[in-house]
Design a binder for this molecule. Structure first.
Ligand code: GLU
Length: 470
């Protein structure tokens, strides 16, 4: 049997970390088993949809390298894949359930339902269910469009063997007769999702744990319609820095995938990192290409425990990928960040890129690094004094670098170390005078790398200025 999996975003928001992780794990199971991966837009909550929700989801998934096997927009084997374009399909099943007497019309107004709820709560029932009073009712209410509810049995339990959590069961009496189509004619999520998963021949439903409480409703609907029930997997939550579920309120963690793209993350790094949120392969290795992940993915290793969004690990992962970029890809990756530095030639930019490539954790860091090479150069008086106090360091270093033939970071570093050992200075007293004399700043990136980009001539000129003023 070909396995078919789906990612079913609601375009009520942009692609966030949790959604991307869900999509990615579905994708990995599909690809690992030679199955199919589809994307379905669940846009029935019309008032909450945002303008670019759908496009943002699809574009950013594509950026991550996650593409559907059946075109989510133009259609495909079982399309259209946008729920608002499938209303006729849902209506057909609503009619079938009405005919069978499994579903019924409900004319209760929101006000009446509220009153009923409040009464029950006052009686000490903390989570009241709909009383079912419209069940069997023939006469409608003039001017009121009915919603459609499904009759849920009250005896027994709904049970499933969850791919992540094992057996989960819910008493049926806790479910209540729920609405499958609202009075405005739009099906509810729990209804449309079952119809679509069945018609699209979805074999496995892998989604966030917030959907566990929806699953009993969905299973009962599969049973009512006499359909096979897919295998369910409910992924554990992702926790942020505060060890709470990642949420928009967590200001330390960027929530949306496009923001990572903007800060200069490589899609391969994000793909790698997300795959390890709630899943782990055997062994200690942490860097995996997409192809490797597809090959080794094992759904039995999905974790029940919450996963931790470790931003330090993400930065480390991104750095691992940046370090591996060849010259051409590095240029393509970093050029957009420095497009405003018009006075630097591409050649100069390339030298800056290459010099700082090993240390970059986010592409955006290149902006500040590049600024060093275009800013007006001046040294404050107080800092000048510091350099003058350490003028011997400058003199000795100058003498050594003049002899360097190949102006490389290692050569510059070794000249600096030799100055240090011959004058018996180290740390602050060794680096700082050189840094200040050449950049006018007390801190910054590795000074040998900076001098490498300045070039021998400019470095010597800047240092000599101090000697001549001496
Ligand atoms: N549209 C639902 C959501 O965005 C999908 C839930 C599911 O995968 O069944 O949460």
């Amino acid at each position: 049997m070909t396995r078919r999996l789906r990612y079913a975003p609601s375009p009520t928001g942009k692609l966030h970390i949790g959604g991307a992780r869900t999509a990615l794990l579905n994708y990995l199971i599909a690809k690992n088993t030679g199955g199919k991966f589809i994307i379905r837009i669940e846009d029935t909550d019309i008032s909450r949809n945002i303008n670019d929700g759908e496009l943002n989801q699809i574009k950013n998934l594509a950026w991550l390298g996650i593409k559907a096997d059946e075109d989510p927009i133009k259609g495909g084997k079982f399309g259209p894949y946008r729920q608002t374009e499938r209303l006729n399909i849902y209506n057909k099943y609503v009619d079938e359930l009405l005919e069978k007497g499994i579903a019924y019309k409900c004319w209760c107004t929101p006000e009446e339902l509220n009153k009923e709820r409040e009464k029950e709560i006052a009686k000490g029932n903390p989570s009241p269910k709909y009383s079912g009073r419209c069940y069997g009712r023939k006469e409608g209410v003039k001017g009121v469009k009915p919603s459609i509810r499904i009759k849920v049995p009250t005896e027994g339990e709904v049970k499933w063997d969850d791919g992540v959590r094992g057996i989960i069961s819910f008493p049926k009496k806790d479910i209540g007769d729920w609405v499958i189509r609202k009075s405005n004619g739009i099906p509810t999520y729990n209804f449309a999702v079952v119809i679509d998963d069945h018609l699209m021949e979805i074999t496995d439903v892998l989604r966030g744990e917030e959907h566990i409480s929806n699953t009993p409703k969905q299973i009962l609907l599969y049973e009512a319609l006499g359909w096979d029930i897919p295998k369910f997997f409910h992924l554990s939550i992702i926790q942020g820095e505060d060890r709470k579920k990642l949420s928009k309120r967590d200001e330390k963690t960027l929530q949306f995938i496009h923001l990572y793209k903007e800060r200069g993350y490589l899609p391969e790094a994000i793909f790698n990192f997300l795959s390890l949120l709630g899943w782990s392969p055997e062994g200690e290795k942490e860097i995996f290409s997409k192809e490797e992940l597809i090959k080794i993915f094992d759904e039995n290793r999905l974790s029940k425990a919450p996963s931790f969004f470790d931003i330090k690990k993400l930065l480390w992962t991104n750095n691992q990928y940046i370090k591996e970029l060849n010259e051409k890809d590095l240029q393509k990756f970093l050029n957009p960040f420095v497009k405003n530095f018009r006075y630097l030639s591409q050649e100069q930019k390339n030298l800056i890129f290459k010099t700082f490539q090993p240390q970059l954790k986010e592409g955006i860091e290149i902006i500040e690094l590049t600024e060093l090479f275009v800013e007006e150069y001046s040294v404050e008086n107080e800092l000048k004094e510091f350099v003058e106090e350490n003028i011997n360091t400058i003199k000795d270093f100058l003498k050594r670098i003049k002899k360097i033939k190949k102006w490389e970071v290692n050569q510059i570093k070794s000249a600096m170390l030799k100055t240090g050992s011959s004058l018996n200075v180290k740390g602050r007293n060794l680096m700082m005078p050189i840094r200040i004399a050449t950049t006018g700043k007390k801190s910054g990136p590795d000074i040998a790398s900076v001098l490498r980009v300045f070039g021998k001539e400019k470095t010597i000129l800047r240092l000599e200025k101090f000697i001549n003023e001496d």
